[in-house]
Design a protein around this ligand. Structure first.
Ligand SMILES: [Zn+2]
Length: 373
């Protein structure tokens, strides 16, 4: 009798645990997004409110080709939500146990494009030596890591393991700073401007789920000399990368926000300008000529030196022949650049935004349903 009771009790507690798990599973997703159960409840609540806020945004007028580069059909709440859900599926917290979260299957996976050097990209602020991370698109970075190492990776969130078959797996890590007013434009976390700030951060991170081949993940590049973020990977070479898109989105918001105060519109403009300043221009022909002229003068110097110095190693007939040849090649390159010069301003390239790998694309009807559940 006791044995039976004990078994029954064990069964009942198991049911309770299962029921609890089911309840937690049901609670940890909203509007198509899945939350790691390690995210604190108040943070999940804020994200849910932000999703509702974004979904209720009215139709807005385009500005500076946001629509063209984002490929969003209409700029309104449901379409912004659809765009985000297709690129972000999971939210995970800053503190994660990487050992449990990320795995490599060891499976030799045939990636669609050859490996290229991946860079973990994150968005945050740097104060002295401490980097405060607002948000990171970990899914995109881990996809590139797997591609680089020709080894299929997996992520485990809430006990469920998924293969990383595309940067569109959409795993976004939200730093503690994302939920802190210390790193937001205003003190009130629930103010309109702070909700826009978080939304544009998500839009930025979501863009890292796009691209293929060279443009996979729309990785940031080092900012050039003299730039406010000199030498940091905080710039973009693609017009339609994360910063290019975020800049345009903030501009659209600044032009369309009816509920914003004058100072809030000003904040949106400044945010847009900061994003725009991170778009760098490709090397101009003028820069190339400058570089080549420098190389040319070096060879001229060596050749001249060899007329008087009989240094056997650097002025041997073989070396002289090589140097004369290189000198002539550089001169030809300079002439070629002058011939092709049309005086046109260098243009930033538009990256191929089609996502690489295998993923599920949700229609606007499907994502509308997600919001009704
Ligand atoms: Zn970024």
């Amino acid at each position: 009798m006791w044995k039976l009771n004990k078994k029954l009790w064990a069964l009942l507690s198991l049911c309770f645990v299962l029921f609890q798990d089911l309840a937690r599973a049901a609670d940890s997703s909203y509007g198509g997004f899945i939350f790691s159960n390690q995210i604190p409840a108040d943070h999940i609540e804020l994200i849910k409110e932000d999703i509702n806020f974004a979904y209720s945004l009215p139709t807005m007028r385009d500005s500076n080709n946001f629509q063209l580069f984002s490929e969003m059909k209409v700029i309104n709440g449901p379409h912004i939500h659809n765009w985000l859900v297709n690129r972000i599926r999971y939210f995970i917290p800053e503190q994660i146990d990487f050992e449990t979260f990320f795995g490599l299957t060891g499976q030799d996976y045939k990636y669609l494009t050859p490996p290229s050097l991946p860079t973990l990209y994150r968005r945050g602020t740097q104060r002295s030596d401490v980097v405060t991370v607002l948000a990171t698109n970990l899914g995109g970075a881990l996809y590139l890591y797997g591609r680089q190492n020709k080894n299929l990776g997996t992520v485990t969130i809430n006990g469920k393991t998924k293969p990383i078959l595309s940067p569109r797996i959409g795993v976004i890590q939200l730093g503690d700073a994302y939920f802190s007013s210390d790193y937001s434009p205003s003190l009130d976390l629930k103010s309109v401007i702070n909700r826009f700030y978080r939304l544009s951060t998500l839009l930025h991170e979501a863009r890292h789920s796009d691209g293929n081949g060279q443009s996979t993940g729309f990785l940031h590049v080092k900012c050039p000399k003299g730039h406010a973020y000199e030498d940091e990977r905080a710039c973009d070479k693609y017009e339609n990368g994360a910063y290019g898109l975020e800049a345009r989105f903030n501009r659209v918001l600044s032009k369309n926000c009816r509920q914003c105060s004058v100072s809030e519109i000003e904040v949106l403009r400044v945010m847009s300008l900061d994003n725009l300043s991170r778009l760098i221009l490709p090397t101009t022909d003028q820069d190339k000529v400058k570089h080549l002229r420098h190389a040319l003068s070096t060879f001229e110097y060596i050749l001249k030196l060899c007329e008087t110095t009989k240094d056997e190693a650097s002025c041997s007939p073989k070396k002289m022949k090589e140097n004369t040849q290189k000198h002539a090649e550089i001169r030809n390159q300079i002439e070629e650049l002058f011939r092709n010069r049309k005086g046109a301003k260098p243009q930033r390239t538009v990256g191929d935004s089609r996502p690489e790998g295998f993923f599920e694309e949700f229609s606007i009807e499907q994502t509308r349903e997600f919001m009704q559940k």
